[in-house]
Write a protein that binds this ligand. Sequence first.
Ligand code: MN
Length: 335
Amino acid sequence: MTPATRPFRRIATEEAFMIPEQLEAIKDFVASGLDDPDIDMWKVLLSKEAEVRISQLLDSRGDRLKKMDEYGVDVFILSLTSPGVQMLAADRARPLAALANDRLAEMVRAHPTRYAGLATIAPQDPAWSTTEMERAIKSLGLNGFIINSHTDGGYLDEERFWPILEAAEALDAPIYIHPRAPSKAMAAPYRVYHLENALWGYQAETGLHAIRMISSGLFDRFPKLRIVLGHMGEGIPYWLWRIDYMHKQNPMRPQLKRLPSEYFKENFYVTTSGMNWNPTLEFCLSVLGADRIMFAIDYPYQRPAGAVSFMDSAPISEADRRKIYFENAERVFRL
Ligand code: MN
């Protein structure tokens, strides 16, 4: 069905791309011999068997739009693939982030009805990042930001990163906190069975990041800050009741104006990326409500077919399906 005859648009909100210069930086990262948990996955992705994935990320054969047409996906909100530029020294991270944002803006300009984009920043340098954030929204017309969880073991609740949060709030643009492997301080037990990736480690790392932000009290400081999490909220919705309960038990934690779950329900959105499962969707609908959930595929790491057939056939109301497929994304990302 074409968009004109379908009762809804399909907007996919966590879709990855790569530029050749990032691929070179990743190859250098892998060759560096650093004992970094993200390198394990990239060794696999750089192998001969995974060539197709790299070509899909680079869109070197132009199949992204063909795939979108094939599965009736109207819009991809693109973001530079994890870990973005966050594995690099600031000197190399800054120009690469700016270049990736320029290329992303070019793609959006070439296909304005099909692509939107989240800008990459270099949290290694918060001051530079705030300037780039302003350029990304005001000059390049991008729709928000992506941060791939920790930066060299640092999390966004730390005061040195506050200028980034302040800029996002001032620009009224959301930050998508996307997974990467657990920071070195927490990675060792994950690496024994290669759990540092999407099986459990990504979710543990990114969920921790969000819980740190909530527990630090930063949403009292930045009450309009909007955060997006993939994978149906990185496990947090399931845990919210217990987080509230335990929060009240320990006076040593920072004092919050509200319950942790209230920040999660008001400052966060979740997407369905890589989580094509009705029980989780129904649970998130009952805990967060349909206004807080957005459709995502996680192309090319996950297949469009599975994500679209899941959302087309989910046992939910048509009103909720419309919100999840496009209405929320149009509002959150100003499409
Ligand atoms: Mn992803």
